[in-house]
Design a protein around this ligand. Sequence first.
Ligand SMILES: Cc1cc2nc3c(=O)[nH]c(=O)nc-3n(C[C@H](O)[C@H](O)[C@H](O)COP(=O)(O)O)c2cc1C
Length: 195
Amino acid sequence: MAETKMGESSRPLFIPVILGTVRKGRMSEPAARLVHAELARRRGVETELIDIATLPLRVDDAGEATKMPTYAAYMDRADALVVVSPEYNHGYSGLLKHVLDSCLKEYIHKAVGIVGVSAGPWGGARTIENLLPVMRELGLVTIFWDVNVPNVNTVFDESGTLLDQAFLRRIDKFLKELVWMAKTLRHGREHVALE
Ligand SMILES: Cc1cc2nc3c(=O)[nH]c(=O)nc-3n(C[C@H](O)[C@H](O)[C@H](O)COP(=O)(O)O)c2cc1C
């Protein structure tokens, strides 16, 4: 692995964005596309938008028995994840959880940041809080910044265009922290033994 003088790997970070709902007309989609576009603009980062609606998801079993090769390969390659999660009855989408549960060892010691999306005023705060213990159990390391998208119909118009530019600053702060954690954990995975 090539390294800089500071001991940092020179390989670009791979940070996919998971769009965590299959609902028709989902407003989480413009949020996921925006974060994906902002990640793609960052130097030293490669990204991919993973739409769970397009995954060949099996619903006749659960956990690693439902592992999907393409999704698992993305998770294996990932240094960090962004999960875009709508708030459904104060929780997350069941299908998002089903997809997340399909892998395990692929997530360990990798960073995750969560974007919560809601029609109501709390910006998916409850879906984020409910996802935190799930992320921990999967071996992911959560960052201390989230992106909250409240009243999502006022943040994006019907064509998915961003109406409130303040989100760009919030996303930038969130991604800076996620990239720092991704680099730090990659250094740990590559150089620090588990003793
Ligand atoms: C089953 C269901 C439950 C929902 N529960 C909540 C909720 O608890 N709080 C809230 O603010 N919005 C709730 N919403 C609205 C979503 O947050 C809203 O649709 C938002 O755009 C994010 O979801 P979407 O990506 O499916 O559009 C709910 C929507 C559905 C379909």
